[in-house]
Ligand binder design. Structure first.
Ligand SMILES: [Zn+2]
Ligand SMILES: [Zn+2]
Length: 188
């Protein structure tokens, strides 16, 4: 199993805050259950305290992406190290459902928020060491501020999705046309 794939959970958590749409997909215990379903085979008990805790983890994970994308690597690393210390993993070899032996990073006894924070933090840390901290990005297609992992060959990704890329292209096109029109206006 590739632990870097767990970094996607950090991305998912941060992107529950849909700032462009003014929506928040992390407001209830049900939202937490939906978020953690991929990493918890047996759904744990989830309370409002888990919602609060995960929202605070979300803010800190966003800071890791924002700082990394702005070149403030030391700040990004300090925040991530804080999360790793606060939410330790509980590695456990398991072979449920006749699957080959593999690692789970949070056992079934770990709290919902703690377990997810540990998995997301460790995934992001492994991702940073394997592929570089400059792989952490924040979408440049305002007002979207979704985060992403840039796995492009030349590290040139600027947007969270194809949708944001085309939106940014349209905006650029309009801006150029406006500039051209005002230029023309001056000469007539
Ligand atoms: Zn498993
Ligand atoms: Zn975006």
């Amino acid at each position: 199993m590739d632990l870097t794939s767990y970094a996607e959970h950090a991305v998912h958590l941060v992107n529950t805050e849909q700032q462009a749409r003014g929506a928040d997909l992390l407001r209830s215990p049900e939202d937490v259950l939906a978020l953690i379903a991929p990493v918890r085979r047996i759904p744990p008990r989830v309370t409002d305290a888990d919602v609060t805790r995960l929202r605070s983890v979300r803010t800190r994970l966003r800071a890791v992406f924002t700082d990394a994308a702005a070149g403030r690597e030391a700040d990004a690393v300090a925040t991530l190290n804080g999360l790793l210390a606060e939410f330790p993993v509980h590695p456990r070899l398991t072979g449920h459902d006749a699957s080959p032996w593999h690692l789970h990073l949070a056992g079934d006894a770990v709290g919902a928020a703690e377990g997810f924070a540990a998995i997301a933090g460790m995934g992001l840390a492994v991702q940073v060491t394997a592929h570089g901290i400059d792989r952490l990005g924040v979408c440049q297609a305002s007002p979207c501020r979704n985060v992403f992992l840039d796995m492009s060959a030349n590290r040139s990704r600027r947007h969270c999705s194809d949708r944001c890329t085309s939106r940014a292209n349209v905006a650029l096109h309009r801006a150029r046309r406006r500039a051209r029109d005002s230029e023309t206006g001056r000469h007539t």
